[in-house]
Design a protein around this ligand. Structure first.
Ligand code: UN1
Length: 484
């Protein structure tokens, strides 16, 4: 399939504020181009400033009372409709994503599917949103805790999952009764605009969701000043440990998928392959052969295995690590920007493997966010655990073994928020908590039930039907104290 056929006319995209599509107040715009071919301009977008953000927040605030008072099962019905619309438009959204972000089409479809899954899950939450009831310590008194929405939420979303991640954040926020202002990454604004159009078509009322195509605010600092809660997901340096008894062909498939899928641009990408010495040389040879056969190209071409990276700034950053890596380890394959034929028009980087990497080398410690992985040999289990935990991040980890005892030890001892056994580091599912330990975040988790906790406030409610003053801890003495 040729990419020329896929191209559509350049479009002008606006901000969505209070149900209306509007230009930035300044009238400024910016363009987004395809990372597979910089001549393919996706569109022109509103370059928003603080006053546009203020307008979006005001619209979201105005829409909050009605949305938060709508019964949650009704909000759920709207999300069901949104899920169905996203499913109907899955192919169209996926193709736009591949064109704008670069990931190969099969992965783009997975990205959209992840948003669909979250939409269905959160739609169902409309009839649950469980709180709790507990017995009161006093007679004739009822005690419960209920969830309340927070208000207007601001969502800043990355370019590597341009539909899945806005969905992860938006759907739990909406089902809890919040309204939202969403800012996409400036590398993938068209995906968010199309996503928002479908949400509006699904029946989300005007003002409940508002989208911006560019802002430049230091969110964390400002949030701290006003005591706003912030959930951060910041990255990973995810290890796959391959033990001496591992199923090596399975481990190979998983390493290639986890390290080079999405051109290594997943927070969950496997960037450290920790291999037992007994199988090290054999595994490295298998990996070199497989990686050498990977086809780079436009993600819309079905023969492509690995698409471009997001832009030339990323190419330069990854390239900078090649210098560092050559000084610290052995380069087995890759290591250069790819420029053959049509690749010269885009931002492509060769899938790269370093071996004999020391655990404290910079390429083994810093997140490169590209198609680069480091193989680290180990001799003992304790050493493997130490290396797994020797980085500042703690998002995902994986172990390949047939030893059930080691499998459970890895679950207990690998300090990460996601753990896999006999499966690579990527592919988290939408109904389990997603996030990591240490420098990966600030303790919160996305999706699953955990997302409801972030996007709602607990309110504990006491109803006293005794008809008299009961003074909790003051009037209530318990048996052991009566006996004293
Ligand atoms: C990310 O890279 O930030 O587990 C998200 C995975 C995907 C989500 C990754 N389901 O790889």
């Amino acid at each position: 399939m040729s990419t020329t056929v896929e191209k559509t006319a350049t479009r002008t995209y606006q901000n969505l504020i209070g149900g209306k599509w509007t230009d930035a107040k300044s009238g400024k715009t910016f363009t987004s181009v395809s990372p597979a071919n910089h001549e393919d301009v996706i569109g022109t977008f509103a370059a928003s400033g603080a006053d546009d953000v203020d307008a979006a927040v005001a619209a979201a605030k105005a829409a909050f009372p009605a949305w938060s008072l709508m019964p949650a099962p009704k909000r759920g019905e709207i999300l069901f409709k949104v899920a169905r619309l996203l499913a109907e438009h899955k192919e169209e959204l996926s193709r736009l994503m591949t064109r704008e972000m670069g990931k190969v089409l099969t992965e783009a479809r997975g990205d959209v599917q992840e948003a669909i899954d979250v939409a269905y899950y959160m739609a169902g939450e409309g009839r649950r949103l469980f709180g709790m009831t507990v017995p009161s310590e006093m007679p004739d008194k009822f005690a419960m805790a209920v969830r309340r929405p927070i208000g207007v939420v601001g969502l800043i979303t990355p370019w590597n999952f341009p539909v899945a991640i806005p969905g992860w954040k938006l759907f739990p926020a909406l089902i809890c009764g919040n309204t939202a202002v969403v800012k996409p990454a400036s590398d993938t604004p068209a995906c968010l605009v199309r996503f928002m159009e479908l949400l509006m078509e699904g029946g989300i009322p005007d003002g409940v969701i508002n989208g911006h195509t560019e802002t430049g605010v230091d969110i964390t600092r400002r949030a701290a000043e006003t005591l706003k809660r912030v959930s951060l997901e910041l990255g990973g340096k995810n290890p796959i440990v391959i033990w001496e008894d591992a199923d090596l062909p399975l481990a190979l498939d998983s390493v290639v998928w986890s390290a080079f899928g999405t051109s290594g641009q997943r927070c969950t990408a496997a960037s450290r392959i920790i291999v037992h010495r007994a199988v090290h040389d054999q595994f490295v040879e298998m990996l070199r052969k497989r990686v050498g056969a990977l086809v780079l190209g436009d993600g819309l071409d079905p023969s492509t295995d690995v698409g471009p990276v997001i832009n030339d700034v990323a190419v330069d950053r990854i390239d900078g690590y090649m210098q560092i890596g050559r000084g610290e380890a052995e380069l087995v394959i890759g290591g250069r920007r790819a420029r053959d034929g049509a690749l010269a028009k885009g931002s492509f980087f060769e899938p790269t493997i370093f071996t004999e990497v020391k655990p404290d080398a910079r390429i083994a410690q810093e997140e490169i966010f590209g198609p680069v992985t480091s193989v680290i040999p180990v001799d003992s289990w304790d050493e493997a655990v130490r290396i797994v935990n020797s980085v500042t991040y703690g998002l995902s980890s994986s172990l390949f073994t047939r030893d059930i005892n080691l499998a459970f030890r890895s679950i207990r001892d690998f300090d990460t928020g996601l753990g896999y056994v006999n499966h690579g580091t990527i592919g988290a599912e939408a109904h389990l908590p997603f996030g990591g330990t240490k420098g990966t975040g600030n303790g919160h988790r996305e999706v699953g039930q955990a997302a409801l906790d972030f996007f709602s406030e607990w309110k504990s409610v006491y109803v006293d039907y005794s008809g008299k003053l009961q003074r909790a801890q003051i009037d209530m003495t318990f048996v052991d104290q009566e006996q004293v």
